[in-house]
Design a protein around this ligand. Structure first.
Ligand SMILES: [Zn+2]
Length: 305
């Protein structure tokens, strides 16, 4: 009886994989930095809020993962915005992330769905192959840090190139996203491996020997916990940090009120003359905020001061 119980316990245990977090680790004698994440819930929140179809969703998920990697390297209240547009029908994919695991994002066109003959989603057709990846970091300095590299429609490679060209950090990224028949993500994540300045040739050779594992990221994220994938990649990895990942949009009516304040007096007066309330919509989360004619008058008064 005990054996059967234990056996069942093992079976149950093996299918429950914890998700929605990111781990930070050092490996290969502290010559390599590793981030691993699997956070489908944040993507699903975006899918539900914006009614995003699978191809658009899969591409947003991958940009979200890279945004989370960029965020995981920040500290305190620092934040990053990623704009990815490779010229295809999905348009611009915009993702914000911060150092605390909060992320939000949206796509230019929600209803793109290119499916291959094998049933897989065609990201290349969705994304296009010629455009730009912009990274804008708010490090709470006088100016924002902005950087731009070519976007080719291969999100993992383009972000790796960003790290090499803009941050002078050799980086390897492998991403995995799987959208199920309900149009929701079962997994969304991946791994980032970076060589630290003290890295030797041995570290590069070692990472190259792990390409087979890295290529299977979608499968691995479905079947393994992040800690197990880390152990498959490195035998001396030490976890140095963990972030719980969630979709969070800090928008509120006051922020939109400040936005209206930047309109010209003439525009505000025209809105008031129309005599109807106006509705503002947050691109990031789809939340709607209504301003009555009286509220518009208040904003115009503030502008007059
Ligand atoms: Zn919002």
């Amino acid at each position: 009886m005990i054996f059967i119980f234990l056996k069942q316990y093992v079976i149950i245990f093996s299918v429950i994989i914890m998700k929605n977090y990111l781990i930070k680790a050092l490996a290969f004698k502290e010559q390599v930095r590793v981030f691993l994440v699997n956070a489908p819930d944040a993507l699903n929140e975006a899918i539900k809020r914006h009614d995003i179809w699978p191809s658009s969703a899969s591409c947003l998920g991958k940009v979200m993962t890279t945004g989370l990697f960029l965020g995981a390297n920040l500290k305190g209240e620092e934040a990053v915005t990623v704009k990815y547009n490779a010229g295809g029908p999905v348009g611009s994919i915009i993702v914000d992330a911060d150092a605390n695991g909060n992320v939000r994002g949206y796509v230019g066109a929600n209803h793109i769905n290119f499916v291959n003959n094998d049933g897989g989603l065609n990201e290349k057709m969705t994304l296009g192959d010629n455009g730009f990846l912009d990274v804008i970091k708010d490090l709470h300095l006088k100016d924002l840090f902005t950087s731009s590299v070519e976007a080719t429609g291969d999100i993992a490679t383009d972000f790796s190139k960003y790290y090499v060209e803009s941050e002078q950090t050799p980086t390897l990224i492998s991403l995995g996203t799987l959208i199920d028949v309900n149009n929701l993500a079962i997994i969304n994540g991946g791994v980032l491996i970076q060589l630290l300045p003290n890295a030797t040739e041995d570290a590069i050779t070692y990472i190259e020997s792990k390409y087979d594992i890295l290529k299977k990221m979608s499968t691995l994220l479905q079947t393994h916990a992040l800690e197990d994938i880390l152990d498959m990649l490195f035998d001396d990895a030490e976890i140095v940090g963990k972030l719980d990942i969630k979709f969070l949009c800090p928008c509120n009516k006051d922020r939109f009120s400040e936005g209206l304040l930047t309109l010209s007096k003439k525009d505000l007066e025209e809105m008031i003359e129309d005599g109807k309330p106006i509705e503002t919509i947050c691109h990031y989360c789809g939340e709607r905020y209504e301003f009555s004619v009286d509220e518009l008058k208040e904003i115009l008064n503030k502008k007059g001061k």
